[in-house]
Design a protein around this ligand. Structure first.
Ligand code: PEP
Ligand code: MG
Length: 587
């Protein structure tokens, strides 16, 4: 059996996909419009070109250093050829000459030079030499990318993506929605962590994806068949029929398991000893309600409303938001919908509302979520009005993301009260008793959970951010993904504190971070006292299956013991003990 393992990254789901590659970063020559420059700018422009060539060289050298020992020697030769072309003085001199004489920007000059060279290659009689024009295009693309910065999926609108595996350097969450609608089978990126919103969205959309596969775009040919094995985080190319057969069998087994789980769709989410557990769905767009209902969600525990603000040039107004919320509330029937107020910032941006964040600041610690909303009431007020008005249509809960201080909470609660009064004076209907809850996803809020619990109607633990902020690991940075650990003692203690704070105050505490949808943690969380789990809809039945075969009273004792001994365990033995709580099939 032969195949190439193109890279190892982090799978975002327990799924597998097969299909032809669609290479975003080397999908074809980059075309730029002509841009004129002033004669006073010529020297700066040439320096810009030289810096871009140097950056392209550094990137290629870094790739060369990381070629796996098992990779074919032709990959190194391929990169060496490109490195030599980048060092060629005629490339620099001819392009600089064009910048100087035509007074044009570096990327345009480079494009003219490329087109001239490509023409020469195209006129060659020898088929092999003719095909080398691709090397010219590739090298120029490298420099163009260094000059232009990252590409966007907007370039993809015309391409046929159905059934293909998109391979890109990076993707934004907003891109994933477009790509799913365009019918891609899976995607692989060089950057990004498994808890990034891009990865979370992929899971929610049932799109197999592997993130953090360094330099994969350099090793691939457009159109070659790939295997994306999310379970093991590997991308394979040149797989033999036997290997493809093996993976097709795995896909069948995965689908058979999903079909078997459908049998418990209408069975209650109750443990062996009779404890009822609320299983809720996380949704991103109104279309997700079909999947939520199809997987038996008892409500929506997290509606990430920010996706309404993406892939568009203007902000949605109150009526448009109300329409979206109406679809969700009515679509879910009489079961509760938790609408989270906007969590824009970091990797979730709205084109219609550029964030007021200067380049050097750290957006994860900056004006994100409720902080941004309080700073920009004209952004926030229409949403509050729309959520409150939606509460007249069915059971709606309002949830505030990323709370960290009590003053902040007081400001939001004041704003909600003012909005209610305004609606009342306008004669618009809303639920005066709409439950208002907060996400506990900042360590400060977890440590002060009692204070938040006293002022709110419910809490929901956002483990994606709680882990990011507690362990100081950027959730979109694959370089620190290895430190992402839901079982870190600090995380377990914080979760426990929040659950206990809610119990003391007599308010519900849920969890809507990815940890809630991972069946390997279901029993641990049940034992810790969690009674409300919100997750991407396709995880609901697997988690329900675990709940239905668990004894919660027994788990409470086991987990109590486990937590009492927390300081004595190293990471491995703690993981083993948590695993020992689980049914065998999850080991
Ligand atoms: C979380 O942080 O756990 C969460 C659910 O919110 P998001 O992933 O949207 O930041
Ligand atoms: Mg969060």
């Amino acid at each position: 059996m032969t195949f190439s393992c193109l890279g190892v990254g982090i799978g975002t789901a327990r799924a597998i996909a097969l299909g032809p590659a669609f290479l975003l970063t080397r999908g074809g020559p980059i075309e730029v419009p002509p841009r004129r420059i002033e004669s006073t700018e010529v020297e700066d422009e040439i320096q810009r070109l030289l810096r871009a060539i140097a950056r392209a060289q550094q990137e290629l050298q870094a790739v060369r250093r990381q070629i796996p020992a098992t990779a074919s020697a032709s990959i190194a030769q391929f990169i060496d050829t490109h490195l030599l072309m980048l060092q060629d003085v005629t490339l620099t001199e001819t392009t600089a000459h064009l910048i100087r004489n035509q007074l044009c920007a570096a990327e345009w000059a480079l494009q003219v030079h490329r087109d001239n060279l490509v023409r020469v290659f195209e006129e060659m009689e020898d088929a092999y030499l003719r095909s080398r024009k691709q090397d010219v295009e590739h090298v120029v693309n490298q420099i163009q990318k260094a000059l232009l910065g990252p590409e966007s999926t907007k370039d993809l609108r015309r391409a046929d993506l159905r059934g293909r595996i998109l391979v890109a350097q990076d993707l934004l969450p907003a891109d994933v929605i477009v790509l799913k609608q365009r019918g891609i089978a899976a995607f692989v990126t060089e950057f990004g962590g498994p808890m990034s919103h891009t990865a979370i969205l992929a899971r929610g959309l049932d799109l197999p994806a592997i993130v953090g596969v360094h330099h994969i775009t350099r090793y691939l040919r457009d159109g070659e068949t790939l295997v994306v094995d999310c379970l093991n985080g590997v991308v394979l190319a040149e797989a033999t029929p036997a290997i493809l057969g093996y993976y097709r069998e795995r896909i069948r087994a995965y689908e058979a398991r999903r079909a078997a789980l459908k049998k418990i769709l209408h069975r209650p989410s109750v443990s062996l000893d009779g404890v009822g557990i609320q299983l809720l769905a996380n949704i991103e767009i109104p279309d997700d309600i079909a999947t939520a209902r199809g997987n038996g969600a008892a409500g929506v525990g997290l509606y990430r409303t920010e996706f309404l603000y993406m892939n568009r040039d203007s902000l949605p107004d109150e009526e448009e938001q109300l329409d979206a919320y109406r679809q969700v509330v009515e679509g879910m029937g009489a079961i509760p919908v938790t609408i989270r107020t906007l969590d824009l910032g970091v990797d979730k941006q709205a084109e219609g509302h550029p964030l007021p964040c200067p380049a050097p600041c750290n957006p994860a610690l900056g004006l994100r979520a409720i902080r941004l909303c309080l700073r920009e009431p004209e952004l926030f007020r229409p949403q509050l009005r729309a959520i409150l008005r939606a509460s007249a249509l069915g059971p709606v809960r309002l949830m505030i993301p990323m709370l960290s201080s009590l003053q902040e909470l007081a400001s939001v609660l004041r704003l909600i009260e003012e909005t209610k009064q305004a609606l009342q004076s306008e004669g618009l209907a809303f639920d005066p008793d709409i439950p208002v809850g907060g996400m506990i996803e900042v360590p400060a809020a977890a440590l002060a959970a009692g204070s938040f619990a006293r002022r709110l109607d419910f809490l929901s633990i956002g483990t994606n951010d709680l882990i990011q902020y507690t362990l100081a690991i950027d959730r979109v940075d694959e370089a620190v993904t290895y430190l992402y650990d839901p079982l870190h003692p600090a995380i377990l203690r914080l979760i426990r504190m929040v659950i206990e704070a809610g119990q003391r105050q007599g308010i519900p505490v849920g969890m809507c971070g990815e940890m809630a949808g991972d069946p390997r943690f279901t029993r641990l969380l049940l034992g810790m006292g969690l009674r409300e789990f919100s997750m991407q809809p396709r995880a609901l039945l697997e988690v329900k299956a675990v709940i239905r075969e668990s004894n919660v009273a027994q788990l409470a004792q086991d987990v109590e013991e486990l937590l009492a001994g927390l300081d004595g365990f190293d990471a491995e033995s703690l993981a083993q003990r948590v695993d020992a709580l689980n049914p065998k099939r999850l080991h």
